[in-house]
Every structure is written in structure tokens, then in C-alpha cells.
Design a protein around this ligand. Structure first.
Ligand SMILES: [Zn+2]
Length: 291
């Protein structure tokens, strides 16, 4: 699963160029990293514009943030990336930046509405907003921990976004999706009230998502309204956002925000993986036996 180092260097430069061109990272904002080995992270340097990165500008750190190689000092936000990598061994790339439309929601503490746009349901799922702390600190890096197991993209209050995936290109595309979505929401709001998809329509999207092999905590919640509920409400963190500009549909089965929701998801996904491994192993053994 680990990236080839030369390819990873090229990918980071390409992602940097795109997010700078998109206006997601003004001046020297934003930082990008790729995992090369369980405890080796290739990352962008501090004080360099992401639009003009060269492969040799990048450095390698260990999981404690100690710089192993590179002539330029590592990003000051490396602790944020390391929080994600330590919590999620499956993650191969992390991207933090300040996409303006998504960050606008994070500045107002407005909950990102669900059940509006199919691409958001399938590729992102629910996007939480983590509480504000001073950037660059360990306390700031820890703000992602309540949510990191149950999402692939989150917003950081009064700051920006962080996306993470098996590879850095997917994290970049998910950043594009959240900013495009927030831009559309702001435009739509000026025309009239946003219309929500119904439970059946969202249920179909979640089944499509399941077939694509993308997990969603909502696939493991029983008897919960998919659209009215937020997984990341009470019980996740002391900080909560509000739904003032975009009011979700009324819900009958309010069972969201259970503190146990995270554990249920983890158990379910590891059970699923175990079942998958057993099925594949059985098929391989059967195929070998036939020869
Ligand atoms: Zn930032």
C-alpha cells in the first residue's frame, strides 16, 4: 500500500500546484504529506508556496515529527498530519488547506448539510467540524481525534479543511468536492430553500457507496433517519456546530450522536474485512485444489 518515493514526491508537487491554482492555499498556506512506510512520512516544507514546489523541497519525518531527511524544515502543521496517521494505519496521504467556501462554513460553525448532493453522500459522507485551537500545537492536532475514524474529510473551525485517504490524489479530490459543495450551497441559498433528498433516495446512494467499497458509518446504524440525524452530535466532542442557514429535515428516529457509534463502526468494518479475507482465502484454496 505504500507509495513509491519518487512518485510520491511528484504527486505532492502536482497536488500543491492544483490547490494553489484553485485558491485553496494563499501564499505559503496549506501542507501535504504521503506515508512512505508505517513510520516514514514525506511532507512539504514550511514557508514555501504550494504552487511552486519542487520534488527536492520535500522532507521525511518519523511518526514523532523528527526530521529524517530534507534540506528545508518540515511543515509547522506536521502534528496534525501525524495525528491522522497514528490513528489510522490505513491512511496513505493527508492534505490540509484553506478552501474558501468550505472554510466559510467552518468560520460560521454551520453544520455541513447532508442529503443534498449525490457526490457528497457517496465520496465524503458526513463532514464534521472540529473545534478551534491555535494552529501548530499538539492540542490543535488532537482536535481531529474524535472524528478521524468515521470520516475522510473534516473542517477545522475558524481555520480550514483536512482530508485523508489511502492516497494523496483522493484526499485532494475530496477537498475539491467539499469546496465545490459549499460553493453550490452558498449559491443555492440565494435562490431559495435547499431541497433535501428523502430517506429512500439517500438509502440508494449508500447502497451504491457500499458496492464501491467505501464505508459510511450510516451503513452500520439501525433504525436511524439518514438525513435528520448527525453522527457527530452530542457525545462526540464538547464542541458542536449549528444548523442555522441549512436546517435539516425533521427526524422521527433520533438516534444520532451516540458515544458508542464510533466503536460499533470500528467493530463492523473489521468484521467485514475479516469475512472478506476468509471468503477470498477459501476461493484461492478452492482454485488451487482444482489444478
Ligand atoms: Zn492551516
Amino acid at each position: 500500500m505504500f507509495a513509491n518515493e519518487w512518485q510520491a514526491r511528484k504527486d505532492i508537487c502536482e497536488v500543491g500546484r492544483r490547490l494553489y491554482d484553485k485558491g485553496f492555499a494563499a501564499a505559503n498556506d496549506g501542507n501535504i504529506s504521503v506515508r512512505l512506510a508505517p513510520d516514514r512520512i514525506l511532507c512539504t516544507p514550511t514557508g514555501v508556496s504550494k504552487g511552486f514546489l519542487k520534488p527536492d523541497d520535500l522532507g521525511i519525518v518519523d511518526l514523532e515529527g523528527k526530521q529524517i531527511s530534507g534540506t528545508k524544515k518540515r511543515t509547522s502543521e506536521i502534528l496534525l498530519h501525524l495525528s491522522v496517521y497514528k490513528a489510522r494505519p490505513d491512511i496513505g496521504g493527508v492534505l490540509h488547506c484553506h478552501p474558501p467556501h468550505a472554510t466559510a462554513f467552518a468560520m460560521v460553525h454551520e453544520t455541513i448539510p447532508k442529503c443534498v448532493l449525490p457526490e457528497v453522500e457517496v465520496f465524503l459522507g458526513e463532514v464534521p467540524i472540529a473545534r478551534y485551537e491555535t494552529p501548530g500545537t499538539q492540542i490543535f492536532a488532537d482536535t481531529v481525534l474524535p472524528y478521524v475514524h468515521n470520516c475522510n474529510t473534516m473542517l477545522l473551525a475558524n481555520h480550514g479543511s483536512v482530508a485523508f485517504s489511502q492516497n494523496i490524489m483522493t484526499a485532494y479530490f475530496n477537498t475539491e468536492i467539499i469546496d465545490a459543495y459549499c460553493r453550490m450551497l452558498i449559491l443555492a441559498k440565494q435562490l431559495g430553500p435547499v431541497q433535501y433528498l428523502n430517506e429512500k433516495q439517500v438509502g440508494e446512494l449508500l447502497q451504491f457507496k457500499k458496492r464501491l467499497g467505501i464505508d459510511d458509518p450510516r451503513l452500520h446504524m439501525e433504525d436511524c433517519d439518514l438525513c435528520g440525524n448527525s453522527l457527530f452530535r452530542e457525545g462526540y466532542d464538547a464542541f458542536t456546530t449549528k444548523s442555522a442557514a441549512f436546517v435539516p429535515p425533521q427526524t422521527e428516529n433520533s438516534c444520532a450522536g451516540k458515544p458508542g457509534a464510533k466503536k460499533e463502526t470500528e467493530t463492523a468494518s473489521s468484521d467485514d474485512m475479516e469475512a472478506l479475507v476468509q471468503t477470498i482465502t477459501a476461493q484461492v484454496l478452492a482454485a488451487l485444489g482444482q489444478k
